[in-house]
Write a protein that binds this ligand. Sequence first.
Ligand code: CP
Ligand code: NVA
Length: 298
Amino acid sequence: MRHLLSIEKMAVADMRSVLAASGPMKRQRGRHPLRPLEGQTWAMIFSKSSTRTRVSFEVGLHELGARPLFLNANDIQLGRGEPVRDTARVLGRMVHGVIIRTYAQSEVEEMAALSGIPVINALTDAEHPCQLLADVFTMQERLGSIEGRVVAFAGDGACNVPASWIFAAGKLGFELRIAAPRAYQPDPALVKRAGGNIRVTDDLREAAQGADVLYTDVWVSMGKEDEARERWEALAGYQINASVVARAKPGALVMHCLPAYRGKEIDEATFEAHADTIFAQAENRLHVQKAILEWLVS
Ligand code: CP
Ligand code: NVA
């Protein structure tokens, strides 16, 4: 039984095969010779808001032949305290796969362990593996190979998106620099476990120097709304703007997983100058997740 629970646990060969299948998925959109999920129903349990992940999975499932069953966690008994382990055993008897967006990584792992059907992590506090795969695919489209490239992440280095980048660096052979104030730097144990070429610094200018990619994410992740004010203050010096872009390689990509908060993690002019890359990232969620779905059921 295959699952996509994290980049940490995903084998490099599987990452490469999903990435390789994503190009044909994109090119053959609307003309798929096979519909590998024909007749299936996939549950999508979301405990947090979503635009891209929800729409791309609903559309992708439909295009591969499956019916998406969107379940707001608050509308099902899970939201009233029914344990994940019971929800998993019910869903496993009714649907063909589960896509979950939630807080604790343990919930996704429990669903995978007990449902007996493929499970996809659609974002937890720990990781955002679907985003990472779409981002790497976008980098490959725009830069060719990712190997040996330098990716500089700026902002909240301790949240889910940079964690997936950290594990990817260990597996895909690129250099990752994380620029964040001390309190928002990734757990050193996690960086050590990932084992790649990773540098964590509080100096954004140094991290951006000669980078192929400048990447940022929201400063206030879902679930951290109470900390908004202190985060805006602490992260104020970590915005991607023209002076940061000027230090990167000429023609460097500026990437953002979205949603974007202009004037916070990125300024308006830089966002709009790089909107083509940023919205390609968003579009690629669809194509890459279809490749993930096909890989899970193959
Ligand atoms: N990037 C991303 O996952 O967007 P959503 O929260 O809109 O799904
Ligand atoms: N770190 C962000 C990612 C949003 C796609 C969050 O968890 O809210």
